[in-house]
Design a protein around this ligand. Structure first.
Ligand code: GLU
Length: 503
């Protein structure tokens, strides 16, 4: 008997909603709809430190904005809940215990120092860094004694020491990976929380997921998942790994090169239906080669075997062209007006701007020259106005550092933005008013506009990031950019001076 089709989308709520998530969701939905199945939305918040409620809300909202609908999820319930992994910790622990009892998983007491040493040695020997199996040799009694003594431990998956794992990928056929390449994966962390691998497999099984359609970056993890299905004596689902979206230079789509946040496209004025249509064209062509289609139309004729394996290029110019076609061919004039009003020409948005503009207004005609940049996807920049009195090479450095620092903001608001600039001025030993004109220009393309921090707050992180990037590109095109070497040394210096990570 064939199982009912159930697909799932399993985002981790650790940042802004990503177009890659929407792309995966779209094909999971199309496959489920085509096969009279259901799509589940499961929140994978096993990374307690990085998961936030805001991110979860934003992901749900942005998928809804795109018209992607799921049948079960944390917001709408269903028969297989809870749909948030943090609420399933006990279920995961029970399953870890089962593996421990079987001897298919084992506690590992190695310290971070020891693991680092092992890793360093393996890297030196040009081997793939992986756990060396040290704690496998502990007897049950010894392990129990250590646990009773309160020693910290993680639980690892036992991986066959030789041989290969072969599994079927719906798009690629047989995939074979040597067990030697697979690490003894941590299944449960020392705080008792499961890792992605354990929780993902257990939940896919308990939620009766029949088809796991996900990104190709998970192919190398699939052997661990298959092994878990084997240890639990469960039937594995069908796996299909879709190619990842790419930048025009073929590198993996990244916010360094392209806007990757779904909200960027909403805020820059793209239509959700054009956006989901465009994502549907990524790696897939309808049998009749039609370029304009709705999600339902995609679902009706969806055939997963038609997915192409070459990494689809996410090309902003093509998306823009498609969006233009939607405006002209799919919407009436009346509808366009309605959409424009919903977008930014509405009281809510204008009220955000007005308090900052009022001081500078004498009549309404002043409003557009002042605030137009808040409605513009790319304000025009001019090299000489952009750098102003700053040394061109310093301008690039400041913009780059600002880009990194803004990434660290957890909650995007005026005060946090202002704090970033205070900090940069301090660290660079400059006055705020010396560095701000550069950012004023980069953000608004003008010297006379609205207060910069409020403007950035209103624009949102996605639009701001692209403006900084554009300014950097302009400097580079004028020979004032950062060379590869320059960027490397800036990164190094930045880490020392500003501390913390670069996203
Ligand atoms: N939580 C994983 C992610 O964020 C899901 C991967 C999967 O679909 O198995 O990508």
């Amino acid at each position: 008997m064939t199982r009912p089709v159930r697909t799932r989308i399993a985002p981790s709520p650790t940042g802004a909603p990503h177009v890659g998530t929407a792309y995966m969701a779209l094909f999971n939905l199309a496959f489920a709809q085509k096969n009279q199945g259901k799509m589940v939305l499961r929140i994978e918040d096993t990374d307690q430190e990085r998961s936030t409620e805001e991110s979860e809300d934003a992901i749900l909202q942005s998928l809804q904005w795109l018209g992607i609908k799921w049948d079960e999820g944390p917001d709408r319930g269903g028969d297989f809940g809870p749909y948030r992994q943090s609420e399933r910790k006990d279920i995961h622990s029970e399953h870890v215990q089962l593996l421990l009892d079987q001897g298919n998983a084992y506690p590992c007491f190695c310290t971070a120092e020891r693991l680092n040493e092992v890793r360093a040695k393996q890297m030196q020997a040009k081997e793939t860094p992986r756990y060396d199996g040290h704690c496998l040799s502990l007897s049950r009694e010894e392990a129990q004694r250590k646990m009773d003594a309160g020693e910290k431990y993680v639980v690892r998956l036992k991986i066959p020491s030789e041989g290969q794992c072969t599994f079927n990928d719906e798009l690629r056929g047989e995939v074979t990976i040597d067990w030697k390449q697979i690490d003894h994966q941590v299944l449960q962390k020392s705080d008792g929380f499961p890792t992605y691998h354990l929780a993902n497999v257990v939940d896919d099984h308990l939620m009766e997921i029949s088809h796991v359609i996900r990104g190709e970056e998970w192919i190398s993890s699939t052997p661990k998942h298959i092994l878990l299905y084997e240890y639990f004596k469960w039937d594995p689902p069908v796996f299909a790994h879709l190619p990842l979206l790419r930048n025009p230079d073929k590198s993996k789509l990244s916010k360094r090169k392209n806007p990757t946040g779904i909200n960027y496209y909403r805020d820059a004025g793209y239509l959700p239906e054009a956006m989901s249509n465009y994502l549907g064209m990524m790696g897939y062509t309808l049998p009749d080669q039609r370029e304009i289609f709705s999600i339902d139309e995609l679902s009706e004729s969806f055939d997963i075997s038609r997915m192409s394996l070459g990494g689809p290029i996410f090309d902003l110019a093509k998306l823009k062209w498609l969006n233009g076609r939607y405006l002209r061919e799919k919407l009436t004039g009346e509808e366009v007006v309605k959409r424009l009003l919903e977008w930014k020409l509405n009281p809510e948005f204008l009220e955000k701007i007005l308090p900052h503009a009022l001081q500078r207004l004498e009549n309404f005609s002043d409003f557009i020259p002042l605030a137009g940049f808040l409605f513009d996807e790319h304000p025009t920049l001019h090299f000489s106005s952009l750098i102003g009195k700053i040394e061109p090479s310093d301008a690039s450095k400041l913009l780059k550092v600002c880009e990194w620092e803004l990434e660290k903001i957890n909650s995007w608001d005026r005060d946090n933005i202002a704090q970033v600039f205070q900090n940069i001025a301090e660290k660079e030993e400059k006055k705020l008013k010396e560095i701000l004109p550069l950012f004023f220009q980069a953000i608004s393309g003008s010297n006379v506009s609205l207060p910069i921090f409020d403007s950035m707050n209103i624009l949102g992180v996605d639009l701001v990031r692209i403006r900084l990037r554009r300014a950097l590109e302009l400097l580079a095109s004028e020979g004032a950019g950062l060379s590869k070497k320059g960027l490397k040394s800036l990164e190094k210096q930045y880490r020392i001076q500003y501390g913390d990570r670069i996203n």
